[in-house]
Design a protein around this ligand. Structure first.
Ligand SMILES: Nc1ncnc2c1ncn2[C@@H]1O[C@H](COP(=O)(O)OP(=O)(O)OP(=O)(O)O)[C@@H](O)[C@H]1O
Ligand SMILES: [Mg+2]
Length: 482
């Protein structure tokens, strides 16, 4: 885990992806570091120290979700994003908030499993290649029975083996040449020389496709049991089926299967639960939508507004236990939510954080505001982040051997248009850059594969203006296009 990063280092990492929003970055970096600090605190204090849950306040598309997501990645932390407003939809009132933790536990298990799989990869590959070898050149004991099934066309050279005569007892005398052949094939398999050859292998059918998965979400979880595993154990871990594949494909399939066998699922689950409890991050979006509006707001309308307020508060009350610390049954075991970090976020245009119920406010002591993004920010967002849009398009077109460049003036012009349209039509923050870029590059992206294009395209300010200004200046048009 990467939680040893200092707040400054965390901010530096976040800077690689997110422009501006320094206050938010600073606060999330402290919250993350505090978790590490807590784990190093004296035991009797450790349980007392509560996570610094955060409310991020800011308009749409300015980086709230992005910050939380990047933070989780940095920390190798299991992460889940939920929308508070989802819990108010008709039929969903009182929806089981514990499902958040259950979903999080699925992710944590996948995450830890991937890591373990990585650890056993080399060994699994060896075992897989050994199984392929058994198919191609069965070991000596099986020679008789297997020789009829193994594919045609194998000539096993034994005649010119110099050691043959030296062997002591009769048994090894028989086996030694075969072992040598096997060794030769083993090397060939390893070197990939037999990759195109077809063989028949037996693989257990993919658990992902099994029927039981279909029944999974129908409430089995609530009982805290893992039916699939129970049944899996009964029939010895799934059905086997024979497939004819190339050695290359066989290696991939069998490596997966062997890796799965090598992974200790009890250990994975234990570790996953530990990781959720100590490092999990739950991002609760649209929290403002479940804040009650101040009484002045909805006014004389009467009953409707009031009951909506009640249901909004209801959502907060539902969420409260898991934020405060509850015990949740998951199919992997019990998860204590006390030290999970919760980051809530919302625009708070209509409601205010002070309109959340007091208990809820108390659990989110840190408030950070994110700023509106301006033209200068857009310019930087287009260019700087590791995953910057311009870099993405450059990579996309590089796949067609086309090199696309943007002049500085062009980037300025794109940023300018984005800011303008945001102001004129609707402020959707940095998301505007996506819509503008697709409009700008539409023709290029369409034509490049079949037209005999030059291997480089230069986007300059004129072209940007050409493509965008007529749309940007027409409010009706830009509502639909940009
Ligand atoms: N400050 C920023 N720096 C770099 N990219 C940004 C920034 N803000 C937003 N983006 C980009 O814009 C897109 C939307 O951002 P994000 O999902 O974080 O918005 P948000 O603040 O969570 O909005 P909402 O309130 O609608 O959920 C993402 O693709 C993100 O990469
Ligand atoms: Mg968001």
């Amino acid at each position: 885990m990467q939680e040893e990063l200092t707040p400054r280092q965390i901010v530096e990492e976040l800077d690689k992806y997110i422009i501006g929003q320094d206050d938010a970055k600073k606060n999330v970096s402290i919250a993350l570091r505090n978790r590490w600090r807590r784990r190093h605190a004296p035991e009797e204090m450790r349980e007392e120290i509560m996570p610094n849950n955060i409310i991020m306040i800011g308009p749409t598309g300015v980086g709230k979700t992005e910050i939380a997501r990047r933070l989780a990645r940095l920390a190798d932390a299991p992460f889940i994003k939920v929308e508070a407003s989802k819990f108010t939809e008709v039929g969903y009132v009182g929806r089981d908030v514990e499902s958040i933790i259950r979903d999080l536990s699925d992710r944590a298990v996948n995450m830890v499993e991937d890591e373990h799989r990585e650890d056993v990869q080399d060994r699994a590959r060896e075992l897989a290649e050994e199984r392929i070898l058994d198919e191609l050149v069965p070991p000596a004991e099986e020679q008789q029975s297997a020789s009829t099934t193994s594919g045609p066309g194998f000539v096993i050279h034994t005649q010119d083996d110099p050691d043959e005569a030296d062997a002591g007892d009769a048994a090894s005398d028989e086996h030694a040449p075969r072992e040598r052949t096997r060794q030769k094939f083993r090397e060939k398999i390893k070197a990939g020389e037999l990759d195109d050859r077809e063989i028949e292998i037996e693989v257990s059918s993919d658990p992902q496709n099994s029927m039981l998965q279909v029944f999974g979400p129908m409430g089995m979880e609530e009982m805290g049991m893992n039916l699939q595993e129970m049944l899996g154990n009964l029939d010895g871990g799934g059905q086997k089926k024979t497939r004819r594949v190339t050695v290359d494909e066989a290696r991939e399939l069998l490596t997966k299967e062997e890796a799965q066998k090598l992974i200790d699922s009890d250990k994975v689950q234990e570790e996953a639960i530990e990781r959720i409890e100590q490092a999990g991050i739950v991002f609760v979006d649209e929290i403002d939508k479940v804040a009650a509006r101040s009484s002045g707001g909805s006014g004389g309308g009467g009953g409707g507004g009031q009951s909506a307020d009640v249901s909004r508060q209801g959502v907060q009350r539902d969420l409260l236990p898991i934020v405060e610390g509850a015990t949740v049954n998951t199919k992997y075991g019990i998860v204590e939510t006390d030290h999970i970090l919760f980051i809530a976020s919302g625009a708070f245009h209509i409601s205010k954080p002070s309109e959340l119920i007091p208990e809820f406010q108390g659990r989110f002591p840190i408030r950070v505001e994110l700023n509106n993004l301006d033209e200068e920010d857009f310019y930087n967002i287009l260019k700087q982040p590791k995953n910057a849009l311009l870099k993405q398009y450059r990579a996309l077109l590089a796949s067609e051997d086309v090199d696309i460049e943007f002049t500085d003036a062009a980037v300025r012009e794109i940023a300018h248009t984005a800011a303008e349209v945001n102001m004129e039509v609707e402020n959707i923050g940095a998301r505007r850059l996506h819509t503008i870029m697709t409009t700008l590059l539409e023709d290029i992206l369409f034509e490049v594969p079949d037209e005999k294009h030059d291997d480089s395209v230069l986007v300059d300010a004129d072209m940007v203006e050409d493509k965008l200004s007529s749309i940007a200046q027409n409010r009706d048009l830009s509502q639909y296009i940009l």
